[in-house]
Design a protein. Structure first.
Length: 306
């Protein structure tokens, strides 16, 4: 799996991007990319204190940036969790798996969403991780701590796996995230028999290109799903919300592990998607997370909808 992005674009088959189906309770939005059917699934939502994201931002400017979104610097945050499902021929691919039942009670609802999409856990052929934070990884095990997607190949970036499995990570990640490291190591170790790694910036499945988007975590990956000239980016947490991350992508966010690197990655990714007029699914964007970015002064804005 070492093809370059240029080769990936040159060899992608032709196809047409169709519109989306109406919203559903769990399986929220469907986009057709040629032969690929892409569905946004709800895993519920998180509950976060405002300072988790806004803490390191310029407080004298923050209120003005948030005001158009009906938010304030001390607004509690309840970001949705949007898992991406892709059906392509015999492949049924999940990009991240939600939080499971051990993180926050408002999340961990992926099984209901899969049921609404008429997909059973044993139908899933591939599970692909953007990164190993709890709300993206912890849903990979069932209530008995066994792998939930028993027939799936699990895939994670080489750098991301190396970081979380490094024994030093637990001590270096910081007290607030120690449980993240312990939980990631346990789950990734449980998956070892079905876990495969991939190199950054390579095609990992037909029509699925892995982009290195580090900063939120050291090995964070976003995934470009492409059919001919039509593409959609599964951004994961490289762009962490639909408000400040677009309006001021250069501002650092408290949710990221490497604040400065994450900001540079965010700007680069938004530049790319605007230049390519590429659709996206954001894990924590409002609604079902499906939309596009457009330039807005010195920043960007998120335009929801397929």
């Amino acid at each position: 799996m070492t093809s370059t992005r240029r080769q990936f674009l040159q060899t992608a088959a032709a196809g047409a991007l169709a519109g989306a189906l109406p919203q559903m309770t769990w399986a929220q939005q469907q986009v057709q990319l040629g032969t690929k059917k892409v569905i946004s699934l709800s895993d519920g939502a998180l509950s976060l204190p405002a300072e988790f994201i806004f803490g390191p931002m310029p407080q004298d400017e923050l209120a003005g940036v948030l005001q158009p979104f009906g938010m304030a610097p001390d607004s509690p945050l309840t970001p949705p969790c949007n898992v991406t499902l892709m059906k392509d021929g015999d492949r049924v691919v999940l990009f991240d798996v939600g939080a499971g039942n051990a993180f926050q009670s408002s999340a961990g609802q992926l099984m209901d969403a899969l049921d609404a999409a008429d997909v059973a856990p044993e139908d899933v052929t591939h599970v692909v991780f953007t990164h190993a934070h709890p709300d993206h990884l912890w849903g990979v095990l069932d209530d008995f701590d066994d792998p939930l997607f028993v027939n799936a190949e699990h895939m994670i970036g080489e750098a991301e796996l190396a970081y979380w499995m490094d024994p030093a990570t637990v001590d270096s990640i910081g007290a607030a995230r120690t449980a993240f490291a312990v939980g990631a190591q346990r789950r990734l170790d449980t998956l070892q028999d079905s876990l495969q790694t991939f190199a950054a910036d390579s095609e990992i499945l037909p029509g699925v290109f892995a982009h290195s988007t580090p900063g939120h975590t050291p090995g964070h990956t976003s995934f470009e799903l492409r059919d001919g000239s039509n593409a959609l980016m599964v951004v994961g947490d490289a762009i962490g919300n639909h408000h400040v991350a677009f309006a001021r992508p250069d501002w650092v966010s408290g949710s990221d592990q490497d604040l400065d690197l994450a900001a540079k990655t965010r700007v680069r990714l938004l530049d790319q998607m605007v230049a390519d007029q590429m659709q996206m699914i954001g894990y924590h964007f409002k609604g079902d997370g499906v939309g596009r970015a457009e330039r807005n002064g010195n920043g960007y804005r998120f335009i929801a909808g397929a």
